[in-house]
Design a protein around this ligand. Structure first.
Ligand code: NAD
Length: 273
């Protein structure tokens, strides 16, 4: 697979100038979260990254070296969303460094591979709860931990997918988790709105990442979008999803909260054809 182009210096803007964004969910350079990091940097923002588990640490540290120093904090912190202690430590560390946040990107999901194949009817209790905990409840956990570090005007964005509201064969347990995630976005938008903090989701079309490829039939999902979406004949890129995310993180979207923004070449708007 060809790595996505860096794009860091293409079409630079100052949309996110002076804004510090905590980005979760970078696993490798194909991760949507890594494209978001590049878009934040390209638009003048500064990032702090977290990683899930020691196995990711060195490769993410190496990726970070590709970013201009002025656009990243020196912190790279472990954060497994099932581990309340780690979440609290990230917040404490930011606080002790005197860092505040203008944005948070939740780009995290997990389901057991066997739950993304076969029938939803066969979903195990453990698999259902695990997908909900990591992919949906984690947004509540992160908002509770990091909203106190945010001032009015901050923006939180989570990544979701159409399988939350439509039947996408094999998406199964993750569809239920994304439905919970999107409902959580709305309730969190309500709770945090009085502090001037916005909460939205980006619903991305299929992108070839480690998580995407774990879903049986993923290639067919991509082909369907390329064939049927109004913006036809092209594969959606992670850069396009990331730029929309950067827009939501920016003050241009200051009156938008509780929304799910579809970045899918228009595929969701199609009827049966
Ligand atoms: P990815 O595999 O690169 O990213 C998933 C991330 O979740 C990884 O960084 C992984 O470390 C993290 N994660 C899993 N369990 C975790 C835990 N317990 N604690 C902390 N982090 C954990 O894949 P991606 O496609 O970039 O996925 C990012 C987000 O985008 C997910 O929410 C996914 O559902 C969503 N999304 C992806 C697509 C797609 O087609 N790839 C489409 C729509 C939405």
């Amino acid at each position: 697979m060809t790595p996505p182009s860096s794009g860091i210096l293409s079409s630079a803007s100052s949309l996110l100038s002076g804004r510090h964004i905590l980005v979760t969910g970078v696993a490798n350079r194909w991760s949507i979260a890594w494209a978001v990091v590049q878009s934040v940097v390209k638009n003048g923002g500064r990032v702090t990254l977290t990683y899930q588990g020691e196995s990711q640490k060195d490769s993410i540290a190496k990726l970070m070296e590709e970013l201009p120093e002025e656009n990243r904090s020196s912190l790279l912190l472990p954060l497994d969303v099932r581990n309340d202690g780690e979440v609290a430590k990230v917040a404490e560390r930011l606080r002790s460094e005197g860092l505040t946040l203008d944005g948070l990107v939740h780009s995290i999901a997990f389901a057991k591979r066997e739950e993304l194949d076969g029938a939803f009817l066969d979903t195990s209790r453990e698999g259902f709860l695990m997908a909900q905990e990591i992919s949906a409840y984690s947004l509540v956990v992160l908002c509770r931990a990091f909203a106190p570090l945010m001032a009015s005007g901050a923006s939180i964005v989570a990544m979701t997918y159409l399988g939350s509201e439509r039947i996408v064969p094999h998406y199964n347990v993750m569809g239920a988790a994304k439905a919970a995630l999107e409902a959580s976005v709305r309730y969190l938008a309500y709770d945090l709105g009085s502090s001037g903090i916005r909460v939205n989701a980006v619903s991305a079309g299929p992108i070839k990442t480690a998580s995407g490829r774990a879903i049986k039939g993923f290639i067919d999902m991509q082909k369907a979008v390329a064939a049927r979406a109004p913006l036809k004949g092209q594969d959606l890129t992670s850069e396009e999803v990331a730029d929309a995310t950067a827009a939501l993180l920016s003050p241009l979207m200051r009156a938008v909260t509780g929304e799910v923004l579809f970045v899918d070449l228009g595929y969701r708007q199609m009827g049966m054809v």
